[in-house]
Design a protein around this ligand. Structure first.
Ligand SMILES: [Mg+2]
Length: 310
């Protein structure tokens, strides 16, 4: 494994660059390092004779290419040090990024029609799999809101209690995403990873979530890490407005699990059997739709999916 400490120990080098360039201002130094990255990147281009109008010198020196790559990485580390970015955690960030890219490729393949199984079971994430409501209430408490009695309130009108404006409520939601609310959620039921793992053996598993991605870029990463942390298997996660588009294009969804009345009705309008997880805000909702059934917990979900033929 890469010893990140050994290769990032270049504070001395940075000090030297400062002394010979006479540049001490952060802005100037970053410019110096970024130009170093660009220069060494063009050196790699030179190695491959990329300009078609020029005669090809015929050979590529791999040792030169390696040398340029090392220089690029050294300059990148200089940028990190200048920004006081902790290089110790960087290895982990690279591994995490690789996970996100791998998953994104899998999701795209699925959306382009690559299927493991004949039928698909779909789930909403928040308040079906992840206990978003609970975490959001804690978040409000941390922000100084008096949360007493909030447990019984309707999630979707949580803010009404404080007589705050719609814009301010949106602002707080926005800040909660930035504070990483989606990266620290508990499960609704501890058996979910196992139940979904068994399901995955028989069906495609898709998560359809209203989480506002790509409006907030970190949501993709936070969602993938959440699923990975709990070892929850799936073929694809579909975000935001793409949910409806997905359902219009996939006729293989045989069951959908949701908590929000509005989304449940929308899914049922596509002819999909929709199961609504009982919550204080949906239990008395007048669904009037034969495709929609209220359920109490994950034991019921297990029973329902066991009855579906592959
Ligand atoms: Mg939900």
């Amino acid at each position: 494994m890469l010893d990140i400490n050994a290769i990032t120990d270049q504070t001395e080098l940075n000090e030297y660059i400062k002394s010979i360039s006479g540049k001490t201002d952060t802005k100037e130094l970053i410019q110096e390092f970024v130009l170093g990255i660009i220069k060494n990147s063009t050196n790699i281009l030179e190695e491959i004779d990329w300009q078609s109008q020029r005669p090809d010198k015929g050979t590529i020196s791999l040792s030169n290419v390696e040398d340029h790559i090392v220089d690029i990485m050294k300059y990148l580390i200089s940028v990190m040090l200048e920004f006081d970015i902790d290089t110790n955690g960087f290895e982990q960030l690279l591994i995490q990024k690789s996970l996100v890219i791998r998953k994104k490729i899998d999701y795209d393949k699925f959306l382009n029609g690559v299927r493991r199984k004949n039928k698909t079971i779909a789930f909403d994430i928040d308040d079906v799999i992840a206990n978003f409501r609970k975490t959001f209430i804690y978040y409000l408490e941390k922000r100084g809101f008096d949360i007493e009695g909030l447990e019984e309130l309707q999630h979707y009108s949580l803010f009404k209690n404080y007589s705050i404006t719609h814009n301010r409520a949106e602002q707080i939601k926005h800040e909660s995403v930035g504070d990483g609310i989606y990266s620290a959620l508990e499960l609704i039921d501890d058996n979910i990873p196992l139940i979904i793992s068994n399901l995955y053996e028989r069906f495609n598993v898709v998560f359809l979530t209203s989480r506002p991605y790509p409006q907030y870029r970190r949501i993709l990463k936070d969602t993938i890490f959440f699923l990975d942390y709990y070892n929850i298997k799936c073929d694809c996660v579909v975000f935001g407005r793409e949910k409806t588009q997905y359902l219009e294009n996939d006729t293989k969804v045989v069951a959908f699990f949701e908590d929000h009345p509005k989304h449940a009705i929308e899914m049922a309008s596509h002819g999909i059997k929709t199961f609504v997880m009982k919550m204080p805000y949906n239990v008395d909702y007048p669904f009037n739709n034969k495709k929609i059934k209220l359920i109490n917990n994950w034991n019921e979900i297990k029973t329902i999916v066991n009855k579906i033929k592959e």
